[in-house]
Design a protein around this ligand. Structure first.
Ligand code: SF4
Length: 719
């Protein structure tokens, strides 16, 4: 029977409402849902991947166990039993930390996995935890923790009401918005300009977003913190600081003024490459425009000074009065209020409560930086990681020095992966447990409503019944937790009761409770009585209104005040100061994202990867000519840790001294089961990025600004 189903696309952060037409059990079309109050019909080319992944013959549907170089299908009972026993045995022999866990980015797009994965990790009781956070937004979460008292209380740019949007290292036209859930971001940015507002993009590359901006300011990779300090210096020196009501809520403005004083536009120009006059004008325009918002993303967070830059973006918003105001950087009030719920159980986040065993990098939120995973597997001694669980992740392609990591994975005693693909990482597993795909389970987006530019809520029921012997992620994690507990002799009645209750509730039951406890549930609020039942009936979703000022009530610092000059950041400035002396020197590699790609895992969709080669090396024509390279020729790119070959694409869109390669590619490895991706292999950016190159403050990988050499590949035509 033909029917149209409405749901949320969970492939990226944008949470677009989609209408999927199904006829005879097969998808015949995927369109944007014009009645979704948040996305209003927007959709991007990636949405078809929902169908392609669902129907992909390479997607795993039953547990696979390695047999030498081959794989055999086994039953769920056998697979879950073996995984739990082997993991428990490793912990018994070598201690709890001997089992590591890596959670990939898709985890946060799947509430079953995000919530129930925690129960499994708790059963393991290991501190050897890693996730995509430390190769992404960790510095921004750190800034929120140290300034606002909660690692999840992230400011979101109020794009729909601002008059000046100042963007650092972000390309939402390709990413569809990140830490800024804003479906239809191109339309929103056009509307900003149509109402007389301005868009300014600071980025080493003239990205798709920079190309539509009023002003593009090219900047040397990794120097955003210097530019931000210079902007603050001008704001203070010219008497442009106007924090408004935030002045009474924030401490440390005078200290920031003193700290920023030496970083004049002239002083930072040699390092940033941004002319002092441009910096001054930028500072003046930002301070004088009301409302305005500064926002930074991956180019700012994944670099040597990502923590400092993320902090300074927030400071700039505060001292100009643009935090917690309409059109500025605001906080959400989501229906499932993860921020409040976490705080209620004492989970506001923490930092540096422990250090990694080998290199001594700090933990954040209970996880160590992914950059230390390989060394923690290779280095002998108590606490060495001997077994690993990966969940919806491909760290060989997505974490720094993937080559070293895959060598370390090959040396593990045991590895189990909860994943739908046999990919570059899971090929090293001894056992793969494939959960249902996105259309076979329901969805409430618990994470990205927290980051949305408008408060909305939407529940998506499963579109297809899973096969009878399939398992959802949450069922896999819960069963693993139960069996690990039993193997450790902790299967007492309390645990059994907890597991039984969780099994009965499932993720939707838990979210139902959280909705009732949230700001639109039983409590008083603009919308009352929001429940899972009500969301089930509202198939297009529910609009809960625009973001509203909420400080100081929403602050979680002990004194309910904003800390403008946290000691950790102030001390880290010592590390930045010497960078004032550095000018341009050598080639620096940056990453990029493409609208048709999302990290590594959608490259098995023919519809998304067909057409021209997207994994090209962008290079300024002057840099190319100096090396005898021309567009279309093959180049050898080398870094301290490895080398790759890529096709050169010369363009003045990248500034001289910068080369750019997209991330998520490198599907040439043997032993995967990704037939489409194999034929569009590309080169892996993370065969070049360096696991030793991190933001020393917090351990986040330095993806933006890897020093590289580029020359013609052997046998390649030269200019
Ligand atoms: S923008 Fe993101 S959420 Fe929207 S259709 Fe594309 S992939 Fe899905």
């Amino acid at each position: 029977m033909a029917a149209t189903h409405f749901r949320t696309c969970n492939l990226c952060e944008a949470m677009c409402g989609i209408a999927i037409h199904v006829d005879g059990g097969r998808i015949t079309s995927i369109r944007g849902d014009a009645d979704d109050p948040f996305s209003r019909g927007h959709i991007c080319p990636k949405a078809v991947a929902l169908q392609d992944v669902h129907e992909d013959p390479d997607r795993l549907r039953r547990p696979l166990r390695r047999r030498g170089r081959d794989w055999e299908e086994i039953s769920w009972d056998e697979a879950l039993g073996e995984a739990a026993e082997r993991l428990a045995a490793v912990q018994k022999a070598h201690g709890r930390e001997a089992v590591g866990v890596y959670q990939g980015n898709p985890t946060v797009h799947n509430y079953g996995s995000a919530i129930f994965g925690q129960f499994f990790i708790r059963s393991l009781g290991t501190r050897s935890r890693f996730s995509a956070t430390s190769v992404d937004q960790l510095p921004q979460m750190l800034a929120s923790l140290l300034m606002f008292g909660h690692q999840l209380l992230l400011p979101v740019p109020d794009v729909d009401r601002t008059r000046l949007f100042l963007m650092f290292g972000a390309n939402p036209l390709a990413s569809n918005g990140s830490l800024m859930t804003a479906p239809g971001i191109e339309r929103r940015l056009k509307e900003l300009r149509a109402r007389g507002g301005r868009l300014i993009v600071v980025d080493p590359r003239r990205t798709e977003t920079a190309a539509m901006a009023d002003l593009h300011v090219p900047i040397r990779p990794g120097t955003d913190a210097l530019l931000l300090l210079a902007l603050l210096q001008v704001v203070f020196a010219e008497g442009l600081a106007r924090p408004g009501r935030l002045g009474a809520l924030a401490d440390g403005a005078a200290e920031v003024e003193t700290l920023a004083a030496p970083f004049t536009p002239e002083a930072v120009e040699p390092a940033t490459g941004v002319a002092a006059a441009v910096t001054r004008e930028l500072a003046r325009e930002f301070a004088r425009t009301e409302p305005a918002v500064a926002y930074g993303r991956v180019g700012v967070s994944m670099q040597e000074f990502g923590g400092l830059a993320s902090w300074l973006v927030n400071v700039l918003n505060v001292v100009t009065g643009n935090l917690d105001r309409e059109g500025g950087a605001m906080f959400t009030r989501p229906a499932v209020d993860l921020v409040a719920a976490a705080a209620r159980v004492g989970q506001r986040g923490h930092f540096d409560k422990g250090r990694s065993r080998v290199r001594g990098l700090p933990e954040f939120g209970g996880e160590y930086p992914a950059a230390v995973m390989a060394e923690e597997m290779e280095t002998e001694g108590a606490g060495r990681i001997r077994a690993l669980v990966t969940c919806a992740g491909n760290p060989v392609l997505s974490t720094p020095n993937g080559g070293r990591l895959e060598r370390a994975l090959a040396g593990l005693d045991y590895m189990v992966s909860v994943d739908i693909y046999l990919n570059e990482t899971t090929r090293h597993a001894h056992l793969i447990l494939p959960p249902t795909d996105a259309l076979e389970h329901d969805l409430y987006d618990v994470v990205f409503h927290v980051l949305a530019v408008r408060n909305t809520a939407k529940y998506s029921p499963a579109l297809f019944d899973p096969p009878p012997d399939a398992r959802h992620d949450w069922q896999i994690f819960l069963e693993l937790a139960r069996r690990v507990d039993a193997a450790k002799g902790r299967g007492g009645w309390k645990r059994r009761l907890t597991h039984a209750a969780l099994r009965r509730l499932g993720p939707s039951g838990l979210v139902g409770l959280l909705l009732r406890a949230g700001p639109y549930g039983l409590r008083r609020g603009p919308v009352r009585g929001l429940s899972l039942g009500r969301l089930r009936r509202a198939v297009h979703g529910v609009d809960l209104g625009a973001l509203e000022p909420c400080l100081p009530e929403r602050l979680y610092t002990r004194d309910r005040r904003i800390a403008l000059a946290p000691e950790r950041f102030v001390r880290d400035l010592e590390r930045l100061r010497p960078r004032l002396q550095h000018g341009a020197n050598g080639l620096l590699l940056i990453g990029r994202r493409d609208l048709r790609s999302n990290n590594s895992w959608m490259h098995n969709s023919e519809r998304l990867v067909k057409g021209r080669d997207r994994c090209t090396l962008l290079m300024h024509p002057d840099d190319a000519a100096r090396r005898g390279l021309q567009s279309g020729g093959r180049a050898l790119v080398s870094s301290r840790v490895g080398h790759v070959e890529a096709t050169v694409e010369t363009t003045t869109d990248v500034m001289p001294g910068v080369v750019c390669l997209p991330h998520g590619w490198g599907h040439h490895r043997d032993g995967t089961r990704l037939r489409v991706a194999n034929t569009h292999a590309g080169a892996s950016l993370n065969d070049l990025t360096d696991d030793q190159a991190v933001d020393a403050l917090c351990g986040t990988a330095r993806f933006s600004g890897t020093p590289v050499d580029v020359c013609a590949a052997e046998g390649a035509p030269r200019a």
